[in-house]
Design a protein around this ligand. Structure first.
Ligand code: MG
Length: 383
């Protein structure tokens, strides 16, 4: 497999309706896409970074810059190393991904950008073999439960309408975004209306150590978990809260790497882990985090970043691993990106079918892709 070049594409997309969380509201959802072209196939990788650095430090324009100036040039000169590593491995896809991480390891952080490059290389490698990610990872299941996400609403009745829409669609669970001033009361209203619903809340780190009493109020609501209640850096506070609450504490933003996960587990900072391949630097790292959590007896689930059908397909495969015991953010739903050029099958009735064609996910529809690309740049392979 010889790399001919890498193209960066900027997709200008929008959510069907603004998404409100404790860290702000957005409806513009640009996505940086990496296209890796080899002499055998082309593959696509999707960057999870949002328009603004509001979820983590990474943001789409920054990811483009670091890909263009640092990651793509590193890959261009080293694709031979990436391929050689895969020849004898037991799980060859991991060796391909490891090859990418080795040639880009000199770049600090920027995990979402790295994950996009990993996905593009994996996608082209899988396509050259005619193999699906599902086969490569060794997943037997053909579908996984799909949960939905509901943002902060301006009234309880709007929230109930949104949750009802998810329930009517058969979602396997509903996750509701919360923030100080919008927490136990609206969640109680949801629970009263839907007593049997698999329900969880996501605070995106908006509470502090003075809020334990308030957060204790969630214990009456029979939640699957309370996600990222405290700041991502406050692992000690999270460990103290996990002792106080009967509700399982889940960490999302805090689990930024395998070594961070080690600290989290050592001090008992959570009961559940939310995995996002982008946040961790790619699929290989996400699977490694899965394996560590399984060994520690910590259940996982896969979070969403308002992806296209491409990254969502990868997330569905990941969610089929045995440690993913809670439903992932796979239901798509009315607020996901409009104009999605990667036409993956939508989840229905609470289940997402795993993509089974060659590659990580479906190839883009050429005309839909052209319609949303506002910038593209080609980087020929060097040497
Ligand atoms: Mg979250």
């Amino acid at each position: 497999m010889r790399l001919e070049g890498v193209e960066l594409l900027w997709l200008d997309m929008h959510l069907r309706r603004a998404h409100d969380t404790s860290s702000g509201s957005f409806s513009y959802r640009p996505i940086v896409v990496v296209r890796a072209v080899t002499d055998e196939a082309e593959g696509f990788g999707e960057c999870a970074a949002l328009a603004e650095p509001s979820y983590t430090e990474e943001f789409a324009a920054g990811a483009w810059q670091v890909l263009a100036d640092h990651l793509v040039p590193a890959l261009s000169t080293s694709i031979g190393l990436v391929e050689a590593a895969s020849a004898t491995a037991e799980r060859p896809w991991k060796s391909v991904a490891k090859g990418v991480s080795e040639v880009t390891g000199h770049v600090k952080g920027n995990r979402m950008a790295k994950a996009a490059l990993e996905m593009a290389v994996l996608d082209s490698w899988l396509r050259s073999r005619g193999e699906s990610l599902r086969e490569a990872v060794g997943v037997a299941r053909s579908e996984v439960p799909a949960g939905a996400v509901v943002g902060i609403r301006s009234s309880v009745s709007e929230l109930l309408d949104d949750v009802e829409g998810c329930v009517d669609g058969g979602c396997a669970r509903v996750k509701v975004k919360i923030a100080p001033g919008w927490d136990t009361a609206p969640m109680r209203a949801v629970r009263d209306r839907f007593p049997d619903l698999a329900l969880q809340a996501d605070a995106n780190g908006s509470y502090g150590r003075d809020d334990f009493r308030l957060l204790k109020g969630f214990d009456e609501l029979d939640l699957l978990c309370l996600e990222q209640p405290l700041d991502e850096d406050d692992l000690v506070g999270s460990a103290a809260l996990a002792v106080e609450l009967a509700t399982p504490v889940c960490l999302d933003e805090s689990v930024s790497s395998r070594s961070r996960l080690g600290e989290v587990l050592r001090i008992g900072a959570c009961d559940v882990v939310c995995v996002k391949p982008g946040r961790l630097g790619g699929l290989r790292e996400a699977v490694a985090v899965h394996d560590v959590c399984v060994a520690a007896g910590i259940p996982l689930w896969c979070g969403g970043m308002f992806e296209t059908g491409l990254a969502r397909s990868a997330n569905a495969v990941l969610s089929a691993l045995p440690g993913f015991q809670l439903p992932g953010d796979l239901a798509g739903g009315p607020r996901f990106v409009e104009e999605d050029p990667f036409h993956a099958e939508r989840a229905a009735g609470g289940w997402a079918r795993l993509y089974d064609g060659p590659g990580v996910g479906p190839a883009p529809d050429a005309s839909s892709l052209t319609a949303v690309v506002t910038r593209r740049r080609w980087y020929p392979a060097l040497g």
